[in-house]
Design a protein around this ligand. Structure first.
Ligand code: SF4
Length: 326
């Protein structure tokens, strides 16, 4: 039986491409990727709806290395989509033998995205993947030259599609026809396409030689303030956020709370000096119910240790806050 590996991002297009191939009687295994910036949760949700197995590849470290200097640059934010796609195709290509599969399926649509899905970009991705003659793009196959798989009769070109452009009309109709209801917005799920996350990531890369995985996780929570080359403040916005962030804190980090008022948990990471500590206390005051007090007591200490240090401060002003916020 012919077998295909369908690269599934977690969005609608890639699942439609997989389904189109599955409906030709081909055995389809979904492949999805996990990195510091996206995970398998959407892909799991989508593959269940068309009943195909999912194989998750964790390429976090290699992906992060690529992200620091992508050959084809970034999109609108810190998303290096061309390099990222080529990398995913290369990893999937390497799985062809291991999983005894014949070819790769992707959900790309010609001219749907300005950076990564122009004809030139599709060609770059294909050529740089190292598996150019094993890639089938079922949603726009009829707009592209015939592939080896079509010529060899592994798949029927007549049953493939000719979608092109940004309209989602055909995809919506197919989703309805196949009863696929639960899908995220296009590119949803990749932090690298989010403007705020991208600004923080750029700041981190500019200030740290050896970025730790936990620092990338921390970028997802709270408000961030760059106070010096070696130190950064994070102020959590809700109680839930102050709980969710805890697994990514280290014993070296300092945490701050206002002593007599409810408010944000503030974290100081890196190698802070006395001024950084004082400003973290001022930020803590600003994001507490005591923000209008003239003088406020702030308690702080190392995460997991005792909060046995105290500072009396004046809460930070809007002007001070806006000077350092990332
Ligand atoms: S949106 Fe994110 S996951 Fe998708 S190709 Fe671009 S960088 Fe990679």
């Amino acid at each position: 039986m012919t077998k295909a590996l369908a690269m599934v991002s977690g969005g609608l297009d890639s699942i439609l491409a997989a389904k189109l191939v599955k409906d030709q009687g081909i055995d389809v295994i979904a492949i999805c990727f996990k990195s510091y910036f996206f995970d398998e949760s959407n892909a799991l949700r989508m593959t269940r709806q068309i009943d195909i197995p999912l194989h998750v590849v964790d390429f976090s470290e290699k992906h992060f290395e690529m992200l620091k200097n992508p050959k084809h640059g970034y999109g609108k934010n810190m998303n290096p989509c061309i390099d990222c796609h080529a990398m995913m195709l290369n990893y999937t290509g390497k799985l062809l033998d291991e999983l005894n599969a014949d070819f790769i399926v992707t959900g790309e649509v010609l001219n749907q995205r300005p950076m990564s899905q122009t004809k030139t970009s599709l060609d770059i991705v294909k050529n740089e993947s190292g598996y150019s003659d094993k890639i089938l793009r079922p949603l726009c196959a009829k707009n592209l030259p015939q592939t080896e798989m079509e010529l060899n009769g592994l798949i029927d070109r007549e049953k493939l599609l000719d979608i092109s452009g940004r309209s989602r009309k055909v995809q919506m109709e197919l989703a309805k026809k196949w009863d696929i209801k639960d899908y995220p917005s296009p590119a949803g799920g990749c932090k690298l396409t989010e403007p705020n996350y991208s600004i923080r990531l750029k700041d981190l890369l500019n200030h740290s030689q050896n970025v730790e995985a936990r620092e990338l996780e921390l970028l997802k929570y709270g408000r961030h303030f760059r106070v010096s080359q070696g130190a950064k403040i994070i102020s959590t916005r809700t109680f839930d956020e102050s709980q969710q962030i805890r697994p990514f804190l280290s014993e070296k980090d300092l945490i701050f709370f206002a002593e007599d008022f409810n408010g944000s948990m503030v974290i100081l990471i890196g190698n802070p000096d006395e001024d950084d500590i004082a400003f973290a206390a001022m930020v803590t005051g600003r994001y507490s119910k005591g923000k209008d007090e003239k003088l406020l007591k702030i308690k702080y200490g190392n995460f997991l240790g005792e909060l046995n240090m105290r500072l009396a401060i004046k809460p930070a002003s809007e002007e001070e806050i806006s000077k350092y916020i990332i």
